[in-house]
Write a new protein. Structure first.
Length: 387
């Protein structure tokens, strides 16, 4: 494993960090620092900055309009990005459906969809989970029946993040119920303006409207929106989730947050020991990232080992949010919904403490979404131990 970065790579890291810092709008940075809700307009405004530098689709190959970073540059880009109070770009188009399209779609589909994703012109959401099919995704029930040049889609998706803001959904559907579950799943792209789509909000425990239920009733989707082969969607979906899990460690953001906590405690504070323990765990996670980075630079694929990044990264992020609550004590209790929404309301206590409880509650999702951590452990067990 190579632990050293070249002078050119380190110069690249500094360039990315300095450029992002110089172009990050002050109001968005302050919202991110305090943990306040960002509007869709905030996110689009920041992603326009990234797109202007061709950094929105940072992981894309040059042949599809991306910057063409090698694995090392991609890693350093993410580290520089995460060191700042910059909102993470919405990943559904960029790191999820985008790679599926450029790896598996036909040329017409690539020409149609990729530029709009890369240029921040289309907002995507993910139609995977259903009421009876979350981590056990093969159990999904949403059906797509061929009718001439269209599929007629009926079913329900849930926990659909930003569906109320989305222009398009990439969706796993059952096109064949006569074979084993995985073999009958296809990958469809659905325009959210299509008649028959109903979106209902789900309020999460922190009071936010981030996720939704999506009902599809006789939704007619052109056959030309099928990605790849009918019945091959399970494989495309698995490849997409590997991309998602590899970016879910959040190590740079966790490092930034731990540094902030370190500034707030004395060396002899009882919290100092816990911070040190988390710093050690985070360092081990960063070594795992470098190990997988070496594999990728040698032409390999992280495969199921990306699950380990997701497991440890999300657990560490949750532990940091819990520690912050403990350090703040009673200051973290007062929560103002208006302050959360950045509507000009004053916080109930110190501004830096106002979002600690909502953030802690919101981060409970990390060990569930993207495939629950329990499922990730099974993925690694089956792949590496032969179970």
């Amino acid at each position: 494993m190579d632990l050293a970065f070249s002078p050119e790579d380190l110069q690249f890291y500094e360039h990315v960090r300095d450029t992002l810092a110089a172009n990050l709008p002050a109001d968005i940075e302050e919202k991110e620092r305090l943990g306040q809700r960002l509007s869709k307009e905030d996110m689009l405004r920041w992603q326009d900055v990234l797109a202007a530098n061709n950094w929105l689709a940072a992981g894309w190959p040059a042949e599809y309009g991306g910057p063409g970073f090698n694995a090392t540059r991609r890693y350093l880009f993410e580290q520089a990005y995460g060191s700042l109070y910059a909102p993470p770009p919405v990943q559904f188009g960029i790191t999820m459906v985008g790679p599926v399209i450029y790896n598996y779609a036909n040329q017409e589909q690539k020409d149609r969809f990729l530029p709009a994703i890369r240029e921040n012109k289309v907002w995507w959401c993910q139609g995977y989970s259903e009421p009876g099919a979350g981590s056990d995704l093969a159990s999904l029930k949403t059906k797509a029946v061929r009718d001439g040049d269209h599929y007629v889609v009926n079913g329900q998706k849930t926990w659909t993040t930003w569906a109320h803001w989305a222009d398009w959904m990439f969706c796993l559907v059952k096109t064949d119920t006569t074979c084993k579950p995985q073999a009958g799943i296809s990958f469809l792209l659905i325009d959210m303006k299509t008649p028959g789509i109903t979106i209902r909000p789900i309020k999460t425990i922190d009071g936010d409207h981030e996720v939704n239920e999506v009902f599809l009733e006789n939704v007619r989707v052109p056959v030309e929106n099928l990605i790849g082969e009918e019945g091959a969607g399970w494989g495309y979906g698995k490849a997409l989730l590997e991309h998602e899990r590899f970016i879910m460690s959040g190590s740079a953001r966790s490092r930034r947050n731990l540094k902030e906590l370190r500034k707030q405690v004395a060396a002899n504070s009882p919290f100092a020991h816990e911070i040190s323990r988390l710093e050690i765990q985070l360092r081990a996670l960063e070594f795992l990232e470098l190990r997988l980075l070496s594999t990728m630079n040698a032409g390999g694929n992280p495969g199921p080992r990306a699950s380990a990044l997701k497991i440890r990264g999300t657990e560490i992020a949750q532990a940091i949010s819990r520690l912050r609550l403990e350090m703040l004590g009673p200051d973290a209790v007062g929560v103002s919904q208006g302050f959360m929404e950045a509507d000009g309301s004053l916080p109930a206590g110190p501004a830096e403490a106002a979002m600690a409880m909502p953030t802690y509650l919101n981060l409970r999702k990390l060990t569930i979404w993207g495939g629950s951590n329990e499922i990730q452990r099974m993925v690694m067990a089956k792949a590496t131990l032969g179970l």
